[in-house]
Design a protein around this ligand. Structure first.
Ligand code: ADP
Ligand code: MG
Length: 249
């Protein structure tokens, strides 16, 4: 039997099923993510990776099964739901910063509005976070004045400002020009090394090899295979995973 770290898994999905109409998009998903663990989720387009992230963040409901973050199960409503959601930071493919707010305002808005943090305190924390992701000098600009890589780093800072227990990344670099991918991945690798619990949907094998503890391969709504990055990329067990890897590597 494996030894669970103190406090049990930070994120736990048990027998989770989800349909969109007739489409069975998540099939009996079982996934435990330990504190400090970095899990990379890969799989073909349409396999359910984004839906998986969205259910963990409570942006989507589930039909059956349970999802718990830090021991707090779904379903949750109202204030309780808002509090649980703050535990889960999310960074999407498209940088969805507020276009008419400055970079600094983008990062302070959540803590001030949703957590009642004093503006001066929120700004101090925001500047520290912007410095950490390397864009402190952009704080007074509007998002459109930044490059895509800079905007995505602001999105990471904005998520971190809520002090989440786990960070979800859904293809955070797939909308970026190639020369900007690494600056975002470096920030994510730094977070991983600092002990952040992370679930990362990405096809960036370099990131998986450097930062992931585990790779989860999804196909057609199911988790088909789980392995260390080393194992997965050199010795995938299932035909579906080998077929997928042959197309992307
Ligand atoms: P992935 O992120 O792996 O590409 P998604 O989770 O986005 O996959 O989608 C899984 C399947 O669910 C796809 O077939 C997609 O078309 C479908 N789907 C996703 N969101 C919705 C929705 N809101 N309504 C109906 N079908 C959806
Ligand atoms: Mg997706």
């Amino acid at each position: 039997m494996s030894v669970e770290p103190a406090g049990g898994p930070l994120v736990e999905l048990r027998d989770v099923n989800k349909h969109f109409g007739a489409l069975h998009v998540l099939r009996d998903i079982n996934l435990s993510v330990a504190r400090g663990e970095v899990v990379v989720v890969i799989g073909p387009s349409g396999s359910g990776k984004s839906t998986l992230c969205r259910t963990i963040n409570r942006l989507e409901t589930i039909d059956s099964g349970t999802i718990a973050v830090d021991g707090h199960p779904l379903p949750a409503e109202g204030k309780e739901l808002a509090r649980l959601r703050a535990d889960v930071g999310m960074v999407f493919q498209a940088f969805n910063l507020f276009a008419h707010k400055t970079v600094l305002q983008n990062v302070t808005l959540g803590p001030v509005k949703a957590k009642g943090v004093k503006k001066s305190e929120a700004e101090k924390t925001a500047m520290e976070l912007l410095d950490r992701v390397g864009v402190a000098d952009q704080a007074r600009k509007l998002p459109a004045q930044l490059s895509g890589g800079q905007q995505q780093r602001v999105a990471i800072a904005r998520a971190l400002a809520m002090k989440p227990k786990v960070m979800l990344f859904d293809e955070p670099t797939s909308a970026l020009d190639p020369e900007m991918i690494n600056e975002v991945l470096e920030v994510m690798i730094g977070l991983a090394h600092d002990g952040m619990t992370m679930i990362v949907v990405t096809h960036e094998m370099g990131f998986a090899r450097r930062a992931a503890n585990r790779v989860v391969f999804m196909d057609a709504g199911s988790i088909v295979e789980e392995a260390t990055p080393e194992e997965f990329f050199t010795n995938a067990q299932s035909d579906r995973a080998r077929d997928f890897l042959s197309k992307i590597l």
